[in-house]
Ligand binder design. Structure first.
Ligand code: COA
Ligand code: MG
Length: 314
């Protein structure tokens, strides 16, 4: 994965504008991911796979990962995430009484970049998975992401974000959260915004990324566009997607716009002038610009560089 250091948090800077979820039981869709221009793929073993298909879905991922870095898969490097089943699921309890070891065995065998844990409610839900990974000698680079999709998950988002050094992102799951709370799906998500912002704040307090929820109506391009714009304005790093048609708009909304990039380059240029070297604040075309804006500008340019680097390596 291409990674720079995030100037603000000190953690790795990654492209996570478009995070496509693909059911691991669907071989045709799995194959399709190789040709899609998303930043990250979630290979889902959880809710999009029926209980009867779980074993086949794991076999599909084993086969897919065995040839994932070969030239016939297009060679485009993107973050690979495996969403495991919830630790408390009936299946997991029936298996071992704790984590679903079949999923964990798969993760250890195929070595994705990230394990996405669904329905995280407490620090312990993270530690249970982190302990298994550490005991099994999983590399330090194997990260954890947590789905925040229950009322308790939202209430405990800050402690979950800081639960373990492997935690690198929170992902909001509104389908489950709406089901648990009774909040209706409405354009603008007015009644959900306080909870969404709580999750954004929790992630940012720990210097990690935060991914907005899926938008179910993949035929509604205008509605999706509007929700991407809102998510970007709320501070999300990117959006979890369910359909290839959602990739291009998500990349556009969560990537640096040409205007923002041009302004960022002006700011960097402004602070590079000899007379600005000792200054923490300058006048740029009638606007006050501080050194903190320089850090933001450098981050934006670094993200744009990551995007063009990924395009040229495709
Ligand atoms: N990842 C990769 N490819 C996908 C895809 C996905 N998430 N969703 C659809 N495609 C592919 C289809 O396989 C199809 O490919 P083809 O033209 O080669 O046959 C193409 O995109 C067009 O798909 P379309 O016919 O519009 O939709 P569909 O009926 O095949 O699938 C869904 C619709 C909703 C079932 C499917 O998009 C899906 O399963 N999405 C993910 C759901 C999920 O992960 N849910 C859990 C998280 S909330
Ligand atoms: Mg869910």
């Amino acid at each position: 994965m291409i990674a720079l250091t995030d100037i603000n948090s000190g953690s790795a800077l990654c492209l996570r504008r478009s995070v496509l979820c693909v059911p691991a039981g669907n071989r045709r869709a799995l194959e399709k991911t190789f040709s899609l221009d998303c930043d990250a793929v979630i290979f889902d073993l959880e809710d999009s796979v029926s209980l009867e298909m779980k074993g086949e879905a794991r076999d599909n991922l084993r086969a897919l990962f065995s040839r994932i870095d070969t030239p016939d898969t297009g060679g485009m490097r993107r973050e690979r995430i495996v969403r495991i089943n919830a630790l408390s699921s009936a299946q997991a309890v029936a298996c071992l009484g704790r984590a679903d070891m079949a999923d964990m065995d798969l993760v250890l065998a195929i070595a994705p970049d990230v394990v996405l844990i669904p329905k995280v409610e407490h620090v312990e839900d993270i530690l249970a998975v982190a302990d298994i990974l550490t005991e099994a000698g999983a590399p330090d680079g194997l990260s954890l992401w947590a789905m925040i999709e229950t009322p308790k998950g939202v209430l405990n988002a800050a402690s979950i974000a800081g639960a373990d050094r492997r935690v690198k992102a929170l992902v909001v799951g509104l389908n489950d959260l709406r089901k648990a709370t009774g909040v209706l799906p409405q354009p603008g998500r007015a009644y959900l915004v306080p909870w969404l912002m709580q999750v954004v704040l929790a992630a940012r307090a720990h210097g990690i990324d935060v991914i907005d929820s899926v938008f179910n109506d993949f035929g509604d391009a205008d509605g999706f566009d509007a929700e991407c714009g809102e998510g970007r304005a709320m501070g999300f790093s990117g959006k979890m997607l369910i359909h290839p048609a959602q990739i291009a708009p998500a990349n556009r909304h969560f990537g640096p716009s040409p205007e923002a990039l041009s302004e960022a380059r002006d700011i960097i240029q402004g602070f590079a002038e000899p007379q600005a070297r000792m200054l923490n604040v300058i006048n740029l075309n009638g606007k006050m610009v501080e050194r903190l804006h320089l850090e933001e500008a450098e981050k934006l340019v670094a993200l744009a560089d990551l995007i063009s680097e990924r395009k040229t390596s495709a």
